[in-house]
Design a protein around this ligand. Structure first.
Ligand code: BYC
Length: 312
């Protein structure tokens, strides 16, 4: 800390000079709270996000696809764990965060409340959901809070692999029989709009964007990220020979971006508030797994205690 500088001044200096804020630095209470909220929601999303894909592990069409899918779902668990650890550096306990998820007090991404009806949904999730996730998360590698930014570097590398595996499933289906291509189109039809919703409300309706951008927690706004995602994904859909389910989607040469239709915001808020098609099952499944896993946590704690005693 500079001589005579208050914690607040030092914090402002770190933000202004694009340096990282670390757990031992003084930070405003609002900054800490915003980070805990966002990182916890992010961690919960990774953990709940294992369910829609886990649904297809037993039914993956080949052994190779099954091995890849298992590895991907495990990666999501790993992401959840790094993120809970990042949140813990802000002085909140993991048990507390898990309890907030289980009681419905904490949110998680709307996208994971939709069902995975066919194998093509696994392709669509990798391609679109992981694609949207990377678009959002690349900016988070530059987040002002050190532990979150560093966790995001590895997560983004893994997400980029996930995105390619999803695209490859879609490509295989699109080069297959007419029925397989139709299955891919149907998955795109169902996942397109929910994927756009992942970026959150319009900037004008976003509660946190302005402050989070001033604190350099978020580096790019919800609408700008959504536009980036659309611009990146349209040529990929064209390459697959699939049609994006939006009659208003059109290249705008003046803007140098695609124009696209309006999201159904009533649906978005319904899902965010816990009334998505699968919301109730996702949470019930998570709570059940937590309760059934109590013996594993107890055994691990007893084992660690025994070794600590032996070492002492
Ligand atoms: N779903 O002021 P805003 C993954 C809430 S996991 C639900 O714009 P913010 C993966 C928002 O929380 C990917 N809620 O908020 C895993 C706020 O409510 P509260 C998850 C949403 O935080 C497995 C209110 O709406 N990624 O990739 O500035 C398999 C107003 O919004 C949503 C992350 O979590 C939503 N979609 O911006 C495959 C990334 N959108 O908290 C893949 C980290 C908004 O005031 N998070 N809300 O009650 C972020 O970057 C930001 O939190 C958001 C929202 C851009 C999502």
């Amino acid at each position: 800390m500079g001589i005579g500088m208050t914690g607040q001044e030092r914090f402002e200096q770190l933000i202004a000079s694009d340096e990282k804020v670390e757990p031992t630095d003084w930070m405003p209470e609002g900054y800490r709270k915003t980070l805990i909220r966002q990182i916890a929601q992010h961690a919960h999303s990774e953990i709940i996000g294992m369910q829609p894909e886990g649904n297809w592990i037993t039914r993956a069409p080949t052994l190779r696809r099954k091995a890849i899918l298992m590895a991907k779902v495990q990666d999501e668990a790993g992401h959840g764990l790094y993120l809970y650890s990042a949140a813990e550096t802000l002085g909140v306990g993991r048990d507390e965060l898990v309890e907030h998820l289980h009681s419905g007090r904490h949110k998680y991404s709307s996208i994971f409340n939709y069902p995975t009806l066919t194998w093509a949904d696994i392709g669509a999730i990798g391609w679109l959901v992981d694609g949207a996730a990377i678009t959002n998360q690349v900016m988070l590698t530059r987040c002002s809070y050190g532990p979150y930014a560093r966790a995001m570097v590895r997560i983004c590398r893994e997400e980029s692999f996930h995105q390619r595996q999803g695209f490859e499933i879609m490509l295989t289906l699109c080069r297959g029989t007419p029925e397989q291509k139709q299955m891919a189109q149907d998955a795109l039809n169902r996942w397109w709009w929910p994927a756009l919703m992942m970026f959150g409300p319009h900037d004008t309706d976003s509660t946190h964007t302005q402050q989070s951008m001033a604190w350099k927690i978020k580096r790019v706004s919800n609408d700008d990220l959504r536009q980036q995602f659309v611009d990146m994904t349209v040529p990929q859909a064209e390459y697959l020979g699939l049609t994006i389910p939006d009659p208003e989607l059109k290249w705008n040469p003046e803007r140098g971006h695609y124009d696209f239709g309006e999201i159904d915001w009533d649906e978005f808020w319904r899902v965010v508030k816990g009334f998505g098609p699968e919301s109730r099952d996702r949470l019930a499944h998570k709570v059940r797994a937590w309760e059934e896993g109590a013996w594993v946590r107890e055994a691990a704690a007893a084992y660690a205690a025994k070794h600590r005693k032996e070492a002492a």
